[in-house]
Design a protein around this ligand. Structure first.
Ligand SMILES: [Zn+2]
Ligand SMILES: [Zn+2]
Length: 268
């Protein structure tokens, strides 16, 4: 009996005697099955294979499995007035990471943008003392390891404190969520956009894809809907999904320009 982890997307599944027949997240057209066919590992095997990368990413403590395993997202610890939030999840939990979080006062909850980053979320929750995991209800069907720690929220916004609000962006997944931190980590605030709005390589723009690995753009209507849900949301910085993929300074203007640029490109 083990909780198998998909090697290509990094998602941990509910315990089973033999590995699942396939990974629904990788079979979906937003992802892909590894070129060598479906492969599985376990948390124990990851612990002996990798050391978690623990570093600051533009001023925030960050955790990521080293390049070469699954999707290279990193999780961030956000010290907010809603407590320390672990934003996103990765496939591996280590004692070193738990010590680093504990040294900063622990974490009160885990919030995840969308199913590609669910990873080993239940493993993380239990290791942090059974903290709640907040997911958008629209993506409920993608949860592969159910747990009483998971709390689903509904609607377009969910306020966690005076300065922290979750915003359903939709698009990439119906429940794709961004976290808005009004006055942190720097005074102008930041949007943590997962890949609903993906910070691109020039780090001055974002883009909007249904599938990033398979290059399937989002229809203009979806992107206009996202733009509407972000009206009145101000921020200086945009934190993308992976290490260093952030827009530091001028983030709101960069997002506005990116909406215009994208809609010009696809809606002519
Ligand atoms: Zn997978
Ligand atoms: Zn994704």
């Amino acid at each position: 009996m083990g909780e198998f982890i998909c090697e290509t997307c990094g998602t941990q599944f509910a315990g089973s005697a033999v590995p699942p027949g396939h990974c629904p997240i990788c079979v979906d057209e937003r992802q892909y099955v590894g070129w060598g066919g479906q492969a599985w590992t376990t948390h124990g095997r990851l612990q002996s294979r990798y050391r978690l990368r623990i570093e600051e990413d533009d001023g925030l403590l960050a955790f990521g499995v080293p390049a070469g395993f699954a999707i290279p997202q990193r999780a961030l610890l956000l010290p907010t007035d809603a407590g320390n939030i672990l934003w996103e999840s990765v496939s591996l939990v280590t004692d070193e990471a738990l010590r680093a979080i504990k040294a900063r006062g622990g974490a009160t909850r885990i919030v995840i943008s969308h199913p590609h980053f669910y990873a080993s979320m239940v493993e993380w929750s239990e290791a942090l003392g059974g903290v709640p995991i907040l997911l958008h209800a629209a993506d409920r069907a993608w949860v592969q390891r159910p747990s009483p720690r998971i709390e689903f929220w509904e609607g377009d916004t969910h306020r966690l404190s005076g300065s922290v609000e979750l915003i359903r962006c939709g698009g990439h997944f119906p429940g794709s969520t961004a976290l808005h931190w009004k006055n942190g980590p720097r005074p102008g605030g930041a949007l943590f956009s997962g890949d609903a709005l993906q910070v691109v390589q020039d780090r001055r723009h974002v883009s909007f894809m249904y599938s990033y690995p398979n290059f399937i753009p989002l229809p203009p209507g979806e992107v206009r809907g996202m733009r509407g849900r972000l009206v009145g949301v101000d921020f200086e910085d945009v934190y993308g999904y992976s290490w260093g993929l952030n827009i530091i300074g001028g983030g709101r203007a960069a997002v506005n320009d990116s909406f215009e640029r994208y809609l010009r490109a696809v809606a002519s």
